[in-house]
Ligand binder design. Structure first.
Ligand code: HEC
Length: 109
């Protein structure tokens, strides 16, 4: 019994003294700078872009919209409706035709 206790003590001391391989160094915390691509551009076209700039930049960039495939005007109308109805974009009803005209002009078929 006594040998058992001594052996257990020796085993515990060995465990405490050596750092087991599975104990890893904590990761070094360093600060990092991340350059995000510029995404704050407006829709081009001056005042003809006012309606789309005022209503369509809250959730995604102008580039994202302008990089979509060219679509017929009716599809752009449906797209704007989808933003309003599905994604709850707060678009003033008087701006809808101006936005659709803009999209048909810049990304129309
Ligand atoms: C309330 C947030 C919100 C607003 C405001 C908004 N959108 Fe979106 N839009 C979204 C979301 C969410 C998606 C889906 C993004 C995805 O799938 O990664 C999206 C996607 C799109 C797409 C890509 C095609 C698609 O259907 O997924 C187009 C084009 C688009 N929006 C145009 C517009 C236009 C034009 C307006 C202004 C009338 C507008 N959005 C305003 C939320 C919004």
């Amino acid at each position: 019994m006594r040998y058992g206790i001594i052996a257990l003590g020796a085993f515990s001391a060995a465990l405490l003294a050596s750092t087991p391989a599975w104990v890893q160094q904590p990761p070094a915390i360093t600060s990092t700078t991340v350059e995000l691509p510029p995404g704050d551009g407006l829709f081009p076209g001056g005042s003809s872009a006012d309606a789309i700039n005022n209503n369509c930049l809250a959730c995604h960039s102008a580039d994202m919209v302008l990089n979509q495939p060219k679509l017929p005007k009716s599809a752009w109308d449906a797209e704007v409706r989808k933003m309003i109805n599905v994604y709850k974009a707060p678009v003033d009803e008087v701006d809808v035709p101006k936005i659709v005209d803009y999209l048909a002009q810049y990304r129309g078929q």
